[in-house]
Write a protein that binds this ligand. Structure first.
Ligand code: ADP
Length: 464
């Protein structure tokens, strides 16, 4: 059992000081879910009256318009390189930005340079040096994935002995596919390690980076930030809605989406997809689902960013083909666009997530927050959060939930068809039932309320 039971009594313990050392943070430096998690977990823990700081590289591509009161604080040096420290508030969180004058983060991007390992390794060292020189004595230093994995061993081998002795290190694997070698070393040095869902924890338990460390390894589900994703208070959608007026709210969001993308303004089942376009996300299944949806008379909107130029090229070709054959029913937006993603979550009837593997997945959770029905492949965190209306009643009940979506096994066209056909048929044939399902999913709590307590429990256990 990878799950940590939540005990009472946490609130009686004195507040903790937690420092995250990370290379992504939503909304100022986000590539994927890691950025969301750093921000939203921190906010949830801060809301429980603990003190949280975040240390981030000062990228030249930071979205500084979302940083409040950004100002220069001081400089220090590490191995002959001067590092400027900036401070600002992001979504109510205190963030220290490190800007080494060797130009490591003047690269125009977060990832994608051929020396990413060197750049982030330097950042990890600089972050620990900053804590030391500033006289910080955090209870917990929390690092994430391969990019801040070096924190774990730099701390245990060096900084712990230099004076940061009070801290314990927690390491979270957001995606084991990236840098498994570094991750194994961090697993060995961390006091506690987590990954982002119980099922993914079980799926990777045999991996050589993880297997020796199962005694300190836990799966804790990610949540979403209910204030950042809130259909009642979202400047990117046309009317505010809650579960009480979900039908009206989604109708107007769908119309706005159709209008914005030049799709036919009609009451058709609309399938939305918001994703990085990589093999992990089930590219062949996404393509198949687009054609299946069109066959069934529906509309499809895909918002996708492809880091690999071959995949980008492939989708540009598909977009050209679809925009000539089905111009009024299919739109592929091959870019990263946060505001558009909000409108898609609100305006879609279904959000498709056919991942080959998925450590947690946030898009299915965000979809439900906006009353869209998830259609997913049964893997990792998708399995832990989506309960099929026809097959998972008991499994949902065990979690105190009612079924909330459609899911499939296998990784072929027949699997996708099985889930998608049932979903679209329900839309055509049982609209009242479908509308009540939209209301139901909106009322489920996929916020950090529960997982933040699990993390606090873990932080306390790390200190014992
Ligand atoms: P991963 O971290 O593997 O990319 P997650 O589901 O955990 O997958 O998180 C993806 C996050 O990135 C979600 O918040 C999603 O809305 C966002 N996202 C992904 N692709 C895009 C895009 N092209 N435009 C805007 N947001 C995107």
């Amino acid at each position: 059992d990878y799950h940590i039971p939540v005990s009472g009594g946490i609130t009686k313990e004195p507040p903790m000081h937690i420092v995250h050392i990370a290379v992504e943070m939503a909304p100022i430096a986000k590539v994927g879910g890691l950025g969301d998690v750093v921000t939203s977990l921190s906010r949830a823990v801060q809301d429980l009256n603990h003190s949280v700081d975040i240390i981030l590289p000062k990228y030249d591509c930071l979205n500084t318009s979302q940083v409040k009161d950004l100002h220069y604080q001081k400089s220090y040096s590490l191995g002959g390189t001067e590092i400027k420290v900036w401070f600002g508030k992001v979504e109510g969180l205190s963030v220290y930005f490190l800007e080494p004058l060797n130009g490591f983060f003047w690269a125009g991007c977060i990832y994608g340079r051929n020396n990413d390992g060197e750049r982030f390794g330097f950042f990890c060292n600089a972050a620990l040096e900053f804590l030391l020189q500033s006289g910080f004595h955090p209870d917990i230093i929390h690092c994430h994935d391969w990019s801040s994995a070096p924190v774990a061993w730099l701390f245990k081998e060096q900084y712990m002995h230099y004076g940061l002795s009070k801290a314990r290190v927690v390491f979270t694997i957001h995606n084991l596919e990236f840098g498994a070698q570094l991750i194994g070393k961090a697993m060995a040095h961390a006091d506690k390690a987590t990954t982002v869902s119980p099922t993914y924890a079980a799926e990777v338990s045999g991996n050589h980076a993880v297997a020796p460390h199962l005694y300190k390894f836990h799966g804790i589900l990610n949540g979403i930030d209910p204030d950042i994703w809130d259909p009642y208070n979202d400047k990117f959608i046309p009317i505010s809605y809650t579960s009480e007026n979900v039908v009206e709210g989604k109708k107007s969001a769908k119309e706005a989406l159709q209008k914005r993308l030049g799709l036919k303004m009609a009451d058709l089942p609309l399938v939305g997809i918001v994703t990085r376009l990589t093999h992990q996300k089930g590219i062949h299944l996404i393509k198949h689902a687009i054609w299946r949806t069109l066959d069934r008379g529906g509309q499809v909107v895909l918002l996708g960013s492809a880091p690999d130029s071959r995949i980008q090229h492939d989708f540009v070709n598909l977009a050209n083909q679809l925009h000539s054959s089905h111009n009024d029913r299919a739109r592929l937006c091959l870019t990263y666009d946060e505001p558009l993603s909000h409108l898609i979550y609100a305006g879609s009837d279904f959000v498709l997530v056919p991942s080959i593997f998925e450590p947690c997945g946030l898009t299915q959770l965000t979809a439900m927050r906006y009353g869209s029905i998830p259609v997913v492949r049964k893997t990792g965190g998708l399995y832990d959060t989506v309960f099929d209306v026809d097959h998972d009643k008991e499994r949902a009940e065990a979690r105190g939930l009612e079924p909330n979506g459609f899911s499939f096994d296998g990784a072929d066209a027949a699997g996708v068809d099985y889930a998608l056909n049932r979903a679209i048929s329900a839309w055509y044939e049982s609209r009242d039932w479908f509308n009540s399902l939209c209301k139901r999913v909106m009322e489920q709590d996929w916020s950090w309320n529960r997982p933040a307590l699990d993390y606090m429990e873990l932080y306390h256990a790390a200190r014992k």
